[in-house]
Design a protein around this ligand. Sequence first.
Ligand code: ATP
Length: 325
Amino acid sequence: KNRVYTIGEALIDFIPNEIGVSLKDVVGFKRVMGGAPSNVAIAVSKLKGNSTFISKVGEDAFGSYIIDKLKEFKVDTSWVYKTNKAKTGLAFVSLKDDGQRDFSFYRNPSADMLLSEEEVEDINLKQGDILHFCSVDLIDAPVKKAHKRLIEKALKTKTLISFDPNVRLPLWESSKSCLDAIREFVPYAHILKISDEELNFITGIEDNEQAIKSLFIGNVEWVIYTLGSKGSLIVTKDNKRFEFPGFDVNACDTTGAGDAFVGALLFKLLAKSMNILSLKNIIEEDLKEIFRFCNAYAALTTTKNGAVDAMHTMEETIEFMENLS
Ligand code: ATP
């Protein structure tokens, strides 16, 4: 059976009980599982696709919580290592009234950063599988080499590669180091997902159309540009553009909407046994069906608090879409 493999950070987010308070003044926090790659694995699994998460956590209570949570969602955890050399990464978050967030990260280094290339050596990717990664763990640490090794294996086996940079600048020494890492990995991906706020930062180009064009380097076949409530735009290597409007929902928390979107997309590509050639040859009708589903799935997650606990099932998504039409 084919599966989606996601690699990268698994963290505990401490989200504030009070909103509109600066981080220094938050009194109470709630612990939730965080990290974009694990959110994507959970979305795929919620939709009843096979997913494996590849990472490392500390031999501590938070590491055990992450593994329990992944298992609860039926994500394969065989490649989640435990170490006593570092603790599970933590992030404390405050939420301002305007929805802006402040972060304080405890990651010096965190366990996920210690995942080594040797530890991913025995993962057998095959054609029909999908490998997905983000940028947080492209930091200068052993885990960056683990990404490279897996990508090498994916290229050899014609596994589809997906990259959602998910920029988190406070985790980097400088914005240049973040940018360099993202630009180094863009050419490996067949599918690149960029959000509205990231496009100009990553490309350094003001004009959106030119910016998107500049991303077609190396393997890149599809650039998917997400626009929050406005939906998403996909551009293909041969410069075809398709826009898919967002769904009108009562959004209360958009955390993880991007991850839900990617999870829904990878689930669809997996279910359709897509490969690199079928990405190139996809017809408009199929694109429409896929991206309408992704927009619906992501919109639905914004109607519930949190990221992981807001992921819906296939039945709930179909019901939501049917009630609209
Ligand atoms: P994240 O906050 O998880 O990093 P992102 O910035 O990567 O998200 P967005 O562009 O905000 O990604 O959202 C991804 C997708 O989620 C959108 O393309 C859209 O389909 C859906 N979405 C996000 N916000 C809303 C909303 N308020 N209403 C309806 N759909 C939404």
